[in-house]
Design a protein around this ligand. Structure first.
Ligand SMILES: C[S@@+](CC[C@H](N)C(=O)[O-])C[C@H]1O[C@@H](n2cnc3c(N)ncnc32)[C@H](O)[C@@H]1O
Length: 293
């Protein structure tokens, strides 16, 4: 779907979850033919559902007469979406740091009784939990799809490298393009040390500065001076991040999907990377197709 062509009622969160859902269904269909144990891992799981704001309730807008009837106040979140995917996953791991949200996830066990024994709820920091899961377990007979859906820059680069190292995980990741990274890259390049370190940890390198800034001799009121200016834009930040993923994953989708808000600002990029050398080509082909439509 192109910018400005979104479905009615289909905001960017719905679009994001629908793309991931399509992949999950393709994944379980394929994995059922192989002898692996395969899981869905949601590391920023939220509550399982998304609250619908009154003014964005599509039912109310299209059919005002049903506003007084039972209106659907909740939309599926990533966790409830994954639990409905058929064929089913063998295991579901939902990680959520916030205590209240994490306890709301308990409801999923009641709502999906046939899956309750295979749902693991983890109240933890996603980075800490994932690094342990990826680095300290034997992944030989295990495979997983992992969804990282943070608000901002919560995912550390060393978590990404741990995920890639398993060579067993297909990763869907929300990259905070407009909501965080582009905003932190100030025009004049005068970025304070705390923010620089934050970006270093996020990208796992310091070379982002040279990728997004240039310093050139410029004629100013005071004569010729070296002036630093930002050259990075949405597209080059996207390309840079895809390249970073390519340094650790076997294969990466080359067409991440920008997710726009109602004012057509790109908030996030939906990215995909595959770690398993045998499965990566098929996985990325499917993901690229899903990202393209
Ligand atoms: C964008 S929301 C997730 C939405 C969810 N995927 C859905 O579709 O309903 C991000 C969630 O990550 C949680 N979170 C933030 N930092 C976290 C961390 N370091 N580890 C685990 N969860 C975290 C927040 O509490 C929030 O519920």
């Amino acid at each position: 779907m192109k910018q400005g062509q979104r479905n009615f009622g289909g905001d960017w969160t719905t679009e994001k979850l629908e793309r991931v859902r399509k992949y999950l269904a393709a994944y379980t269909t394929i994995m059922n033919k192989y002898p692996f144990h395969f899981a869905y891992i949601d590391a920023f799981a939220g509550t399982g559902y998304r609250k619908l704001k009154q003014d964005e309730n599509p039912n109310e807008l299209m059919f005002p007469e049903i506003a007084e009837q039972e209106v659907q106040d909740f939309l599926e979140g990533s966790a409830s979406t994954a639990l409905q995917v058929q064929p089913r996953f063998q295991k579901y791991i939902f990680i959520e740091k916030d205590e209240n949200r994490s306890s709301e996830l308990q409801n999923l066990k009641t709502e999906f009784p046939s899956l309750q024994n295979d749902i693991e709820l983890v109240q933890s920091d996603a980075n800490a939990y994932l690094k342990d899961l990826c680095l300290n377990r034997n992944w030989k007979k295990h495979r997983a799809v992992l969804f990282l859906d943070p608000y901002g820059m919560e995912v550390e680069w060393n978590t990404i490298t741990a995920i890639a190292k398993t060579q067993a995980i297909d990763l869907w990741l929300l990259f905070p393009l407009g909501v965080a990274v582009n905003r932190l890259l100030k025009r004049d390049g005068n970025i304070d040390t705390t923010v620089r370190h934050k970006l270093d940890r996020f990208f796992g390198t310091t070379d982002w500065y040279d990728a997004f800034y240039e310093t050139i001799p410029t004629q100013t009121l005071f004569g010729k001076e070296m002036v630093t200016q930002k050259t990075g834009d949405f597209k080059s930040i996207e390309q840079y991040f895809v390249k970073r993923l390519q340094t650790v994953f076997t294969k990466v989708a080359n067409n991440p999907l920008p997710l726009y808000n109602s004012r057509n600002n790109p908030l996030y990029l939906l990215c995909f990377a595959a770690g398993n050398p045998k499965g990566a080509s098929t996985a990325v082909k499917i993901a690229q197709d899903i990202l393209r439509k």
